[in-house]
Write a new protein. Structure first.
Length: 317
């Protein structure tokens, strides 16, 4: 069966945006962006484990605040840039210029590029620069002074709010006293839980919303305990991984089929590096899943991350 995967992807992403954690993060970013309009610099750090949804949040926020034309100029409310390792001050500035669509982003001296960047940020009405995967620009053992100087320069000369998104190492930016003072807001994204009644209810609601976005005939089946338990164990509570399982699972529905099966999801897992080790979950009998969940619930209060607990259990099974 042929599906419009792009349309399905958009609808699935909308459901992820409905989680309380996502909505809270958006509200913090909105406050930061609004404070720029009021003349205040209000920077933010977004952190969390890999796969928790940082990049999804960044991309969704960028889409919500897309460029638009106003009179004779183009307003760019939010700019998103990704940095790589060993980034120099000039490299950092050029990366932002390129993200803003400057045709000559790699031309000119550091002073010339810096002056051009400040001018573009002001002229295009940029309220926020989001640096995704910001941890990549950190040195192995210390803060990258080149990046620090760039961030301070943007704050001082344009009053543009800056958001740094990355794994927990991104907090090392605050080892610089000046950046520590500037980055007081921290959003720590976490995986969804599955221990308390309320947590199970919230996760099932996510699965229900996502299932309703799928063009299959067995939507109600996908929200049963049999399915929801497996989705949690395989995703470790990551909405992004649930999104991957459902979208990729749809690809395996063949002509003449109208239902999404556990076998389809298993194939989707086998095709993903992040989910490959969890594929067997969709082949286990219900009693095995019950045992896995009981062992998971028995670890309540453990200092171990949820992912480590689940991966450890699966190895024993």
């Amino acid at each position: 069966m042929m599906f419009d995967l792009n349309a399905i992807s958009i609808e699935l992403k909308k459901t992820v945006s409905k989680t309380d954690q996502f909505k809270y993060a958006v509200s913090v970013l909105d406050i930061s962006r609004e404070n720029k309009r009021l003349g205040h610099t209000d920077n933010v750090i977004i952190t969390g484990d890999s796969g928790v949804g940082k990049s999804h949040l960044v991309k969704a926020y960028h889409r919500q605040h897309a460029p638009y034309d106003e009179n004779v100029r183009t307003i760019v409310p939010v700019v998103v840039v990704s940095l790589t390792g060993k980034t120099t001050q000039l490299g950092c500035i050029q990366a932002i210029l390129e993200a803003m669509g400057d045709k000559f982003w790699n031309k000119g001296t550091s002073r010339e590029c810096t002056s051009k960047l400040y001018g573009l940020l002001r002229d295009n009405g940029v309220k926020m620069v989001i640096v995704d995967e910001a941890h990549n620009a950190l040195n192995a053992k210390s803060m990258n002074p080149s990046v620090a100087m760039t961030l301070k320069g943007i704050n001082n000369n344009t009053n543009t709010s800056i958001v740094l998104a990355g794994i927990h190492r991104v907090l090392e930016y605050r080892l610089d006293p000046e950046l520590n003072r500037r980055f007081q807001r921290v959003i720590n994204l976490t995986f969804m839980g599955y221990r308390t009644t309320e947590q199970v209810k919230d996760f099932k609601l996510l699965i229900t919303d996502m299932s309703n976005a799928l063009p299959v005939s067995n939507v109600s089946e996908l929200t049963t305990k049999c399915w929801v338990d497996r989705f949690f164990l395989a995703s470790e509570g990551s909405p992004d991984l649930v999104y991957t399982m459902l979208l990729e699972g749809i690809r395996y529905i063949e002509k003449g089929e109208t239902e999404l099966s556990l076998a389809h999801i298993q194939k989707a897992c086998l095709g993903s590096e992040s989910l490959k080790s969890k594929a067997d979950i969709f082949e286990y009998q219900d009693d095995t899943i019950t045992k896995l969940l009981k062992e998971f619930h028995d670890t309540k209060g453990s200092a171990q991350p949820v992912g480590d607990i689940i991966r450890g259990m699966l190895k024993r099974f």
